[in-house]
Design a protein around this ligand. Sequence first.
Ligand code: AHM
Ligand code: MG
Length: 339
Amino acid sequence: MMVNRKILTLDEFTIQQMRAFPHATGELSNLLRDLGLAAKRINVEVNKAGLVDILGDAGEINVQGEDVKKLDVYANNQVMGVLKHGISCAGIGSEELDDFIAFDDPVSNNSKYVCMFDPLDGSGNIDVNVSIGTIFSVYRRVTPKGQPVSREDFLQAGINQVAAGYIVYGSSTMLVYATRRGVNGFTLDPSIGEFSLSHPNIQCPEFGKIYSVNHGNFFQYEKPVQDYIQVCQQKTKETGGPYTQRYIGSMVSDLHRNLIKGGIFMYPATKDKPKGKLRLLYECNPFAFIVEVAGGKATNGKVRILDIVPTELHQRSTLFIGSKGMMEELESFLQRENA
Ligand code: AHM
Ligand code: MG
């Protein structure tokens, strides 16, 4: 039988990457394989969401004070389960958990990575069949191996990420992950149940035509942000436009589209949420890492997201992220306005 060796599965790809480093231990490949397995399990349930009694609120309130949907709980347990039972992760932090968890068994204590994740982002969209996603971020622990991980292993600046990625449960299911060597995208091939390399070496175009922001909050944004949005609306052919506004309200889908097509995504401060809505550790940092590796930029409006040293696990941040050229235009504009 002919086998198409041009199409690599996620496992084959990560192992191939590992072969380029003679001293690699394979722990990162294992961890990515574990996350791929959790993604496949979550994908099955997400696809059944309209059929089975898994829809709706689980009746709990998460640490952010928001309703937890049943699929959030399922997704959280899946990601936590694969990492706990794997051999590459010493502990986790999750948007759905109050505090980090140190796995604290002899194998886990000797693992070098910790993982943070948002198991099901955009979960408000589950009931209406809109794409949702899982976001993850991997750091090398800073405490010595052989003991349980501690808070300082999780409160690292995003620049220390070893890998970050997301899964988008969309018209097809895709896993995209970045290491410093590049960003690669894998589409789930349902016929073999494997993620297969479909988008090698993703580069975010320097300019795009899309801006993504919640226009409903327009009058709550600070004046410089309002002015920039109006600049986007006034773009003409001569000034690189016209721009199109696209906002799904599922950041994985919004950012996936902008990463591939080029664009800018903003979640600025509002009067109700002066620190923004998105979580630095589970949402902003992983995407900032992915987009920067792909050639784009990410800031909180003042400083680079990846340089922020977190003080809390569930800390929020404003986020401006996307194509380099568009971000530079935004930055020069915000600086001018701030001055
Ligand atoms: P969640 O983690 O509770 O799902 O919230 C995060 C989501 C992002 O996916 C999305 O970009 C944002 O919330 C949308 O928020 P808003 O409806 O305020 O525009
Ligand atoms: Mg989220």
